[in-house]
Design a protein around this ligand. Structure first.
Ligand code: ME8
Length: 504
């Protein structure tokens, strides 16, 4: 079974920060979970490099825009590696394969849907978005707070107005297409309020993909257009699926594809993109999930305020898996969150070092005291069965939550098992059984090892390094959830190391 998942491709006008890392880690967790569950996964990410915003930033830095793109795009690739993102593809919109793909896509739009006219109106370069007069605030700024500039130029238009009913029909027939529900409602009322045709090319600057019909008319001395940066950017998803080569494969991948985006760009993904795809005759994605926004100590993160959280910094001080855990345990995925050092410290000390770290240490160090030899025994009593069964069914419990992108509930399920296992150690007192009843001791340790293995599988998508260490402590390969149902046999465990050392 195919499972495709994407992140937005990030603008390269600034450095990567915790917000970008958040989306990329979320998509990575979903991709890893599905791989462990036996799916054929394709995870794509990348950088959005064209448009007036990037061209102006490069100019401000006195750099050639191509060179500038290479440097900043590389920083996003570095970030993807630093957060241990298991991407299968990294698309740059300046790559030849993408330019060809975007041009082929343009040509597939229904002829009637594209026409030339003059655009006049407001444009926010910061958002790379056309802003309707009625959407300007009292200071005549875009809803995002960005300044707008008047634009008047010849432009190609996409007949978005013709897609209003088709889109509403699609949303109704596919109730899971947009999530969470609040975003779905927001999009439905936006579309119901009426759709205006969308300007899809720019003629006053050149940092973009040439509109193919214009390129073909080169000799005829026509005004040249480049594609509007959003039609260029959205096409990246099918570029990654091999468009325009094998169109059947692209449609198959699209219909198994989930786009993960921040809530501020849901309209582009849930309105414009499906309309473009309908026009081009390519399958729509399966689902679009919009998550919330992170602030820093209650303030919007911005370069000018100097309060942007750098993931590298957090990783250096607390470790990568602490960051990956914190982001999805602290805040329900889909809602806004506030980043605070104190909250991060608490999660590290209580959940990770104390609950999880101690459980692993106390059980596995105990087995070490017995020379690391572990004799499995499955003659369990009712009191052992409860933990054993919860351990064996952990993935079944996580699956429905993961399928709804409810990462928070899935992670809570793992923590319930951590709590249950800790309580079981306290109740069963293996250190006493060692003196009185070695048979019972073997059963208790077997039950605990089952618990630990399941916890590691539950965490494997969220905290891959930590899970790997735990798997190594208990001789488990850890590359498929199906391993959970294998019985432990008699074996020798290596010395476990401390998972979350207090001093870093
Ligand atoms: O919008 N909290 O790129 P972008 C949570 N190029 N997520 C955040 C965040 C925050 N504070 N800040 C950024 C673009 N993000 C376009 C996308 S896709 C075809 C083109 C994340 O660099 C979140 O996923 O502005 C958001 O949607 C994305 O970064 C915006 O990245």
């Amino acid at each position: 079974m195919k499972f495709c998942i994407t992140t937005p491709i990030y603008y390269i006008n600034g450095e990567p920060h915790i917000g970008h890392a958040y989306t990329s880690i979320a998509a990575d967790i979903m991709a890893r979970f599905k791989r462990l569950d036996g799916f054929d996964v394709h995870l794509s990410t990348g950088t959005d490099e064209h448009g007036i915003k990037v061209a102006r930033t490069a100019k401000k830095e006195h750099m050639d825009v191509e060179k500038f793109s290479d440097i900043v795009s590389q920083k996003f690739r570095d970030m993807s590696n630093e957060i241990n993102m298991s991407y299968d593809d990294f698309v740059r919109t300046t790559e030849k394969r993408h330019i060809l793909s975007a041009q082929a896509f343009w040509k597939m739009l229904k002829k009637d849907d594209v026409y030339k006219n003059v655009y006049s109106g407001w444009y926010s370069a910061q958002d790379e978005e056309y802003i309707a007069e009625s959407d300007l605030d009292e200071n005549r700024r875009a809803p995002s707070g960005a300044t707008v500039e008047w634009m008047e130029e010849e432009s190609y238009f996409f007949r978005l107005s013709a897609y209003q009913d088709k889109l509403l029909d699609w949303y109704e027939k596919n109730p899971d297409f947009i999530a969470p529900a609040s975003r779905r409602n927001e999009i439905i009322s936006f579309v119901k309020s009426g759709l205006r045709d969308l300007s899809i090319s720019r003629s006053q600057f050149s940092w973009g993909i040439p509109v193919p019909v214009d390129q073909e008319n080169e000799n005829k001395n026509e005004l040249k257009h480049v594609m509007y940066v959003w039609i260029d950017a959205l096409t990246n998803y099918i570029t990654s699926f091999g468009f325009p080569q094998d169109k059947a494969k692209v449609s198959e991948m699209m219909s198994n594809c989930t786009h993960i985006v921040g809530k501020e760009i849901i309209r582009f993904h849930a309105v414009y993109w499906p309309a473009f795809l309908m026009s081009a005759g390519i399958a729509l994605p399966k689902r679009i999930y919009a998550h919330g926004w992170w602030t820093n100590d209650g303030m919007k993160m911005s370069k000018s305020l100097g309060n942007v959280v750098d993931p590298k910094d957090v990783i250096k001080r607390y470790g990568l898996d602490t960051l990956r855990y914190f982001l999805f345990r602290e805040v329900k995925f889909g809602e806004d969150g506030d980043f605070s050092e104190k909250a991060l410290q608490n999660r590290f000390a209580y959940d990770l070092a104390n609950d999880l770290g101690n459980l692993i240490q106390r059980v596995l160090a105990f087995i070490q005291k017995r020379n690391g030899n572990f004799v499995a025994d499955y003659n369990m009593s009712d009191e052992d069965r409860s933990l054993f069964e919860n351990a064996r069914s952990i993935i079944e419990k996580m699956r429905p939550a993961m399928d709804k992108q409810d990462l928070h509930s899935a992670l809570n399920t793992v923590w319930d098992l951590v709590t249950e296992a800790n309580k079981y150690v306290n109740d069963m007192k293996p250190w006493e059984l060692a003196k009185t009843d070695v048979n019972r001791l073997n059963i208790v340790l077997t039950t605990l090892c089952e618990g630990i293995r399941s916890i590691a599988f539950g965490l494997a998508a969220f905290m891959p390094d930590t899970a790997r260490k735990i798997f190594d402590f208990i001789n488990v390969k850890g590359d498929r959830f199906s391993e959970i149902s294998e019985n432990f046999t008699d074996q020798h465990f290596p010395q476990p190391s401390v998972l979350f050392p207090k001093e870093r």
